[in-house]
Design a protein around this ligand. Structure first.
Ligand code: ADP
Ligand code: MG
Length: 728
C-alpha cells in the first residue's frame, strides 16, 4: 500500500481555510514595522535624521558619531516594537537572502544586563563569509568579507528581529552580493539619465530607476508537496504523468480564488503591509494552482529588496496555511511555468516618468529619446540580457516554447512602430522649418493620442513596451531581480552617455540646433536597432528562423547563455560604467556555472533515486499481481489460457520493457555524472551536465510516466499531478 501518498491525500480532506483576522485598515498597517521617515522623525535626533536623509538623497557618508545616534534611535524603536535581536540582512550570490541574528541583550557584570546596539554594529559586520559563493574573489585577494549598512533601504522588524539591509563586499572592495552592483548601476543611470533629461528640463537633478515586479507562483498543499521527494529537493516534479485535465479549459486564469488561497493571500498581504511592501493586485494565473501577486512600483533598489523579502514572507505565511509555495520556474512540465515580470521605467526628481509620453511636442521628444535609447541599448546588449536571466530552472521556460522565448526581442505595438518608421525619414543635418513643424505636429505631437488606444499586448515578447514602461518578461520566478535590473540600468546608462556625446558633437561641430541633433541621432538609432523589434508570434518557428537571419542570439541553455557575460564587450561595459570589475564579472560567471552544475547534479541524484527506489519496485509489485493472475488463469483454462490472459501477458511484457529502459538509463546517467564530476573547468563541467547528463532526465521520465499509467493506482507511491494541482 502506498502509504505516504495516501496519508498525505487523507490529510488534505480535512483542510479548511485558516481564519484571518483583519481588524485594522491596511492603510494604517502600512509601514508599521518599518523604520521609515515617520518613525525616524519620532525616534532620532535632528542631526541623525538629517544625516540619514542626506545619505539617502546624495549618497553622503555618515560619520561614526551620527551612526551612534542612528543606532540608538533604531534600538529604541525596535525595542518598543518588542524586537529582541538584530541582523544585517544581505543578498549573497546564492540568489537567496542571508541573515545571522544577534541579541541586543548584553551582560554587564554583577548579574546585570542591558540592551546594546551601537553605531559600529549598525554600520558593519563580519559574517563568516567563507560559506558564501565568491567565485574565487576572496581566495585571490585573501580578503574577508563584511556587510555594510545601506541607508537607502529602510530597516524593518521581521518576527522578533530588527533587519538592517546591507551590501556584502570583500575588504578589497569587490562586491560579493547582488545588491552592491545594483546600487552602482543605479548611480550610473542616475548620472547618465539626468544629463540627458536636462536637454529638456534644467530643473531635473536626479533620475531614479523604478521597478514594479509581478511575482508568479504555485501554491500546493503542504502535505502533498512534502510527500514528493523531487518537489522537496529539486523544487519541481522530475517525473509524473500530466493529469487528464490541465489548463486546457482556461478555467483557472482570473477565476474565482479558492477560499484557502484567499485567506493565505490576505494574511500575506497584511504581513506585506506591515513591512511596507506595497502589494496591490492578486489573481489566479493560467495553470491550475498558479497565482500572481504584484505591488505598486518603487525605486528599483527598494523594490528588489522587497521582492527578496516577499519570497521569504510568502514561504513562512504559506506554512501557517498548510501550503507550500513553489517558486520554481517550471514545477510541473505540461502546464505553464512561472516568471517574474520586471516593469521598469525612469523617473525624475520633478515627478516625470521619462518613458511616458507628455502633452507637448518637447515632452514627447523627451519620451522618444529615452524610449529609443532603451531600444538601442537592449539591441546592443541583447545577449547579455539573456545571460542575466539564465539559470538551470529558468531554462525550462525560456526557449521551451513558453513565454518568452530564449530570443530577446522588443515589442512596441503597431502605432509606435509607425512613429519610428516616420522618424527614419528625418533629413540628414539641418531640418527645414517645414519639416520641423511637420514632425512636431504630425509625428511627435500625435504620440499621446496614439498610446491611449494602443492597448495591443503581445505576451510572447521578452521586452514589451506597455504604454509608460518596459516589461522584461524573461526573468525567472525564483530569480533575484537585482541581476537583470543591474544589467538593464547599466546598458541604458551606457547608451545615454553615448547618445549625449553624439548629440553634443552635432551641436558643436555641425552647428545643429539641439532638437535637430536629437532627431538626427535618434534616426540612426532607429535604423541600426531595427532587428530587435518584432511584433509577431515569438513562439513560432518562423520567428526563430527570422531571428537567426537577423543575427539575434538564441541560447537555449544556461552554459551557452552565460558565455556572453565574460566577453570583452561585457567586461568593458561593466568596467566603463563602474558596476563590476573584471574579477567581479569572472567570479559571477564561475558562480553561476557552479550553481547550474549543482542543480543538475541534485536533480540527477533525486531522479535516479525515485526511479529505482519508488517506480521500479512499484512496477514489479504490480507485475507480480499480473503474474499471479496469469498463473490462476492457466490453472483454470489449461493450455487455452493465452487467449484469456493475452492483455495481462502484454502488460507484463510492457512493464518489463519500461523497467529495463529505466534501469539501463539510470546507470548510463550515473556514468555520465561520474565523468562530468571529475572535470576541473567549471565551464566544461556545466556543459557536460547540460549535454550529456540532462538528456537522460526526459528519457527516464518518459518510461516512469508510462508506468504510472499502467500500474494500479492503489499501489502507486508517488503523489500524482491531479492531486497536487487540483486539491484546493
Ligand atoms: P499590467 O501590465 O498587467 O497591465 P499594470 O500596468 O498595472 O499591469 O502594471 C504592472 C506592474 O507594472 C505593476 O507592478 C506596476 O506597479 C508596474 N508599473 C507601473 N508603472 C510603472 C513604472 N512607471 N515603473 C515601474 N513599474 C511600473
Ligand atoms: Mg504585466
Amino acid at each position: 500500500m502506498a502509504t505516504i501518498r495516501f496519508r498525505a491525500i487523507q490529510a488534505t480532506f480535512g483542510r479548511t481555510a485558516v481564519p484571518v483576522q483583519e481588524t485594522v485598515r491596511r492603510s494604517e498597517l502600512f509601514g508599521e514595522n518599518v523604520f521609515n521617515e515617520a518613525s525616524m522623525r519620532q525616534f532620532m535626533t535632528k542631526e541623525a535624521f538629517v544625516g540619514v536623509m542626506r545619505a539617502i538623497e546624495f549618497g553622503e557618508k555618515i560619520d561614526r558619531r551620527v551612526a551612534n545616534q542612528v543606532a540608538a534611535a533604531m534600538k529604541d524603536w525596535a525595542l518598543s516594537k518588542g524586537a529582541t535581536h538584530y541582523t544585517h540582512w544581505f543578498q549573497p550570490l546564492t540568489g537567496a537572502t542571508a541573515e545571522k541574528h544577534d541579541a541586543f541583550f548584553e551582560p554587564i557584570g554583577g548579574g546585570m544586563a542591558i540592551e546594546k546596539f551601537d553605531g559600529g554594529q549598525l554600520v558593519q559586520q563580519e559574517p563568516d563569509a567563507s560559506s558564501f559563493p565568491n567565485g574565487g574573489i576572496r581566495n585571490t585577494f585573501e580578503a574577508r568579507g563584511y556587510t555594510a549598512w545601506d541607508p537607502t533601504s529602510p530597516a524593518y522588524i521581521y518576527a522578533d528581529t530588527l533587519c538592517i539591509p546591507t551590501v556584502f563586499v570583500s575588504y578589497t572592495g569587490e562586491a560579493l552580493d547582488n545588491k552592491a552592483p545594483l546600487l552602482r548601476a543605479l548611480q550610473a543611470i542616475d548620472v547618465a539619465a539626468t544629463d540627458v533629461a536636462r536637454y529638456f528640463d534644467k530643473s531635473v537633478t536626479k533620475v531614479t530607476a523604478t521597478l514594479g515586479w509581478e511575482q508568479e507562483y504555485f501554491l500546493v498543499d503542504k502535505t502533498l508537496a512534502y510527500s514528493r521527494p523531487d518537489l522537496v529537493q529539486a523544487g519541481r516534479m522530475l517525473l509524473g504523468h500530466v493529469s487528464a485535465k490541465g489548463q486546457q479549459l482556461d478555467d483557472h486564469y482570473f477565476g474565482s480564488i479558492p477560499n484557502r488561497v484567499v485567506n493565505y493571500m490576505r494574511d500575506l498581504e497584511m504581513e506585506c503591509m506591515k513591512l511596507g511592501i506595497p502589494v496591490k493586485t492578486r489573481h489566479n494565473e493560467v495553470a491550475p494552482n498558479q497565482f500572481e501577486l504584484a505591488p505598486i512600483f518603487e525605486e528599483a533598489s527598494l523594490a528588489v529588496d522587497h521582492n527578496s523579502l516577499l519570497m521569504d514572507v510568502m514561504d513562512k505565511t504559506a506554512d501557517r496555511h498548510n501550503f507550500k509555495v513553489l517558486f520554481h520556474e517550471k514545477p510541473f512540465a505540461g502546464v505553464n511555468g512561472s516568471g517574474k515580470h520586471n516593469n521598469w521605467s525612469l523617473a525624475t526628481n520633478t515627478g516625470v516618468n521619462l518613458l511616458s509620453p507628455g502633452t507637448t511636442p518637447m515632452k514627447n521628444l523627451q519620451f522618444l529619446t529615452f524610449f529609443i535609447n532603451t531600444i538601442k541599448a537592449f539591441d546592443q546588449y541583447e545577449e547579455l540580457m539573456r545571460a542575466s536571466v539564465a539559470s538551470a530552472t529558468n531554462d525550462h521556460r525560456l526557449g521551451a516554447n513558453e513565454a518568452p522565448p530564449a530570443i530577446m526581442s522588443i515589442f512596441i505595438g503597431e502605432q509606435l512602430t509607425k512613429v519610428l518608421e516616420e522618424l527614419e525619414d528625418v533629413s540628414n543635418g539641418k531640418l527645414s522649418p517645414q519639416e520641423k513643424t511637420d514632425l512636431k505636429l504630425n509625428v511627435v505631437g500625435k504620440i499621446p493620442e496614439i498610446l491611449l488606444d494602443n492597448t495591443d499586448r503581445n505576451r510572447t515578447s521578452s521586452f514589451a513596451f506597455t504604454g509608460n514602461k518596459f516589461e522584461f518578461r524573461a526573468v525567472g520566478s525564483k530569480a533575484n531581480c537585482g541581476k537583470p535590473m543591474t544589467l538593464l540600468n547599466t546598458i541604458v546608462a551606457k547608451q545615454l552617455v553615448e547618445f549625449k556625446k553624439e548629440v553634443d558633437a552635432l551641436v558643436s561641430k555641425k552647428k545643429l540646433k539641439k532638437d535637430e541633433a536629437i532627431f538626427n541621432v535618434l534616426r540612426e538609432y532607429i535604423k541600426s536597432s531595427r532587428r530587435i523589434r518584432f511584433e509577431g508570434d515569438g513562439y513560432s518557428d518562423a520567428w526563430e528562423k527570422e531571428a537567426g537571419r537577423r543575427g539575434l542570439s538564441n541560447h537555449k541553455n544556461t552554459p551557452a547563455a552565460l558565455k556572453a557575460l565574460i566577453s570583452k564587450k561585457s567586461i568593458s561595459l561593466f568596467e566603463e560604467m563602474k558596476v563590476l570589475n573584471k574579477v567581479e564579472v569572472k567570479a559571477r560567471y564561475e558562480i553561476e556555472l557552479e550553481e547550474y552544475t549543482m542543480k543538475l547534479q541534485i536533480e540527477g541524484r533525486v531522479l535516479g533515486d525515485i526511479a529505482r527506489n519508488h517506480v521500479i519496485p512499484t512496477a514489479i509489485r504490480y507485475q507480480n499481481v499480473l503474474i499471479e493472475n496469469v498463473r490462476g488463469l492457466k490453472e483454470v483454462f489449461g493450455s487455452d489460457f493465452k487467449k484469456v490472459a493475452s492483455e495481462q501477458l502484454d502488460l507484463i511484457e510492457d512493464i518489463s520493457g519500461h523497467i529495463a529502459e529505466i534501469n539501463s538509463k539510470v546507470t548510463a546517467m550515473i556514468d555520465e555524472r561520474k565523468k562530468a564530476n571529475v572535470i576541473k573547468s567549471a565551464e566544461l563541467k556545466a556543459e557536460a551536465y547540460c549535454d550529456r547528463v540532462k538528456p537522460y532526465f526526459d528519457e527516464i521520465r518518459y518510461h516512469c510516466d508510462k508506468l504510472e499509467l499502467l500500474v494500479d493506482d492503489e499501489l502507486w507511491t508517488l503523489t500524482k499531478y491531479r492531486e497536487l494541482l487540483f486539491v484546493k
